[in-house]
Design a protein around this ligand. Structure first.
Ligand SMILES: Nc1ncnc2c1ncn2[C@@H]1O[C@H](COP(=O)(O)OP(=O)(O)OP(=O)(O)O)[C@@H](O)[C@H]1O
Length: 448
């Protein structure tokens, strides 16, 4: 593994040695003056720098050090600079902090303290970089606005990107509020039809007797109250994409008419006499199990196959790794801005509850929950009460890497021993370690 780089700006060779020793967990590069430091910064791009303010040619003043600090932060603003100061340097340390230094450490050097400081600085830098990458990805993504880090959901996004340029009919299956419409919009935006309209209709929200005229439109006088010609949603989407949400809720007689449209790509307005050719890309969505509905005779099999040229299963939020927290932070940022509220971080208890809760209403539920909390919170944190999550939400799982490694090690070791009936030689072969290593591991985990 490559070690993290840390730049030490120090002209005193004795101190250089001490620093190399104290910071031996990192790849330390040195510079003895301002020019050399700027060169090393450009070359190695270290995340963390320690620097003495008194540098040649004026080692007794802080002028050279303060200038260097400004120049370094101008080149790489995220660099975490730790200033090493003497005890007479208070005023200069304050200046350095005001210029953007990350922290300071008073000489004589305390190795433990310095290591801790460097570790925290690297951590903060990594978090900031990750945030920056996330924001960048979000802005760059054609599926803009879709927040996820979950491998399953990312696979769905990649599939959307792949099928978008084709003319295939796509069916999105997934629970309510899990982002099907957002994905359909992404698909439309990525397709050659993006400069035309995407028209959506929710089959569950419109009474059965009105749905037909909503879909196909009607001519003047087609029925009482039809006082002028009205185009249907399918026709309005001509050249673009037609999104049929909750297709599973469409009644059987209308399913037959929909099938005819899909086969012949023509519509007839209610009360009309002519067939009108309409070129639209169809995307549909449902939270129902359409296959089961077909088996029960509640959904036409031929329509099912017409609609499901490409089927994408959108995972519910509870199955997405880490997405609940990511989405909560995303919506918190968004609503803080739109509601004009000051920064309102989540209280750790609130974070634990967000992670532990099952989110049956999926992303829509988390969006509403965070919006309410941002509006209601009296600060300085968003608390568990602000979120209104059920009390006693389970605590977040432990994500300590060492614990996770230990648990995984224990699991595979027990498996290998079980598979080989406790035969150490064969178990160590299975595990790909030597016998002494396996004995060590067994004793570490208390396995007899
Ligand atoms: N991954 C995501 N990132 C950011 N916002 C999301 C994400 N998924 C969904 N949303 C937001 O959550 C809300 C619900 O999403 P959407 O309407 O797409 O869900 P749906 O599956 O179509 O729901 P329904 O089945 O109830 O129609 C919307 O406001 C949407 O913008």
């Amino acid at each position: 593994m490559t070690r993290k780089k840390l730049l030490v700006v120090e002209d005193d060779l004795g101190l250089q040695k001490q620093l190399r020793w104290a910071l031996d967990a990192y790849e330390v590069v040195f510079a003895g003056n301002r020019d050399a430091a700027l060169g090393q910064l450009r070359r190695h791009q270290p995340a963390v720098v320690t620097m003495d303010l008194g540098l040649p040619p004026e080692p007794d003043s802080a002028a050279e050090g303060l200038l260097l600090l400004q120049q370094m932060l101008a080149i790489a603003a995220d660099t975490k600079v730790i200033v090493l100061s003497g005890n007479q340097d208070r005023a200069n340390v304050l200046k350095a902090m005001a210029l953007g230094a990350y922290d300071f450490h008073q000489k004589p050097l305390d190795g433990d303290m310095l290591r801790l400081m460097a570790e925290r600085a690297f951590f903060l830098h990594a978090v900031q970089q990750e945030n920056r990458r996330m924001l960048q990805n979000e802005a760059d993504s054609p599926l803009a606005g879709l927040v996820t880090r979950d491998p399953g959901m990312l696979r769905v996004c990649r599939s959307i990107e792949k099928v978008a340029p084709s003319s295939a009919t796509v069916m999105l299956m997934g629970a309510s509020g899990c982002g099907k419409e957002l994905l359909a919009r992404g698909l439309h935006n990525l397709s050659a039809r993006h400069d035309r309209r995407m028209v959506a209709i929710n089959c569950a929200a419109i009474p059965e007797h009105l749905l037909e005229s909503e879909l196909f439109g009607y001519e003047k006088g087609a029925f009482t109250g039809a006082d002028r010609q009205t185009l249907g949603k399918i026709e309005l989407a001509a050249g673009g994409t037609f999104f049929l949400d909750e297709i599973g809720d469409m009644a059987l007689p209308l399913q037959a008419k929909m099938l005819r449209f899909l086969q012949e790509r023509v519509i007839e307005r209610l009360g009309g006499r002519s067939e009108i050719a309409v070129d639209v890309r169809i995307v549909c969505a449902t939270h129902r199990n359409l296959k089961a509905m077909v088996d029960e005779g509640r959904f036409r099999e031929d329509l099912f196959y017409r609609l499901s040229e490409i089927v994408l299963a959108v995972p519910p939020l509870r199955e997405r790794m880490g997405d609940a927290l990511l989405l909560a932070q995303h919506f918190r940022h968004r609503f803080i801005q739109s509601e004009g509220r000051p920064a309102l971080p989540f209280h750790p208890d609130a974070l634990a509850a967000i992670e532990g809760y099952g989110w049956p209403g999926n992303v829509r539920e988390i969006e509403n929950c965070v919006r309410r909390a941002v509006i209601m919170s009296e600060g300085p944190h968003i608390t568990l009460e602000d979120l209104g999550l059920p009390p006693g939400a389970p605590q977040a799982e432990n994500i300590d890497l060492r614990d996770a490694r230990n648990a995984a090690e224990y699991r595979v070791m027990v498996k290998a021993l079980a598979r080989t009936g406790g035969n150490i030689a064969r178990a160590s072969e299975l595990l790909g370690v030597s016998r002494p290593t396996l004995y060590d591991l067994m004793s570490h985990h208390g396995i007899k």
